[in-house]
Design a protein around this ligand. Structure first.
Ligand code: RB5
Length: 152
């Protein structure tokens, strides 16, 4: 079972509430970092603490929900060591764990319904990284891009 940090803005908090309940029912531990209502907020303010929890090892993985998932994924991917995938289909949910070892999942409440969202979350949470050398090599190259751009 995993320890999972989750965050949402006003466009995603309803789906976040559903996902939190379902993941707890599956036996996972959840760190819910808000938001908790439909008052307008800024998605980077929620992507940051979720990404931090993953960076610091306080959470095994992170999940971010906004209206489209796009803003959350852009913000999370600015953080060193965070590999966030914006996913709207089950094939990609599995592939991004096996190939990219993504540690954060972004989904859009206004894009997919709660049934598909749950299928995506469940597959993404349950799928291990393949540990295949060709995929690890590419992930290492992503880390090199991070290191190079930090030095510029
Ligand atoms: C909020 O209106 C909306 O912009 C946000 O939830 C998200 O879709 C941004 O990418």
């Amino acid at each position: 079972m995993l320890n999972i940090a989750i965050g949402a803005d006003h466009g995603g908090f309803r789906l976040k509430e559903i996902i939190v309940k379902q993941l707890i029912a599956e036996g996972h531990s959840m760190i819910d970092l808000g938001c908790d209502c439909d008052v307008s907020v800024d998605y980077p303010d929620y992507a940051l603490p979720v990404g931090k929890a993953v960076q610091l090892g306080q959470a095994d993985r992170g999940i971010l929900v906004c209206g489209t998932g796009i803003g959350m994924s852009i913000a999370a991917n600015k953080m060193t060591g965070i590999r966030c995938a914006l996913v709207s289909d089950t094939f990609s949910a599995k592939a991004t764990r096996e190939h990219n070892d993504t540690n954060v999942l972004a989904i859009g409440e206004r894009v997919i319904g709660p049934g598909l969202a749950w299928d995506i979350v469940k597959i993404w949470v349950d799928t291990p990284f393949s540990h295949e050398q060709r995929h690890q090599k590419r992930i290492d190259k992503i880390a090199q891009i991070e290191a190079h751009s930090a030095g510029e």
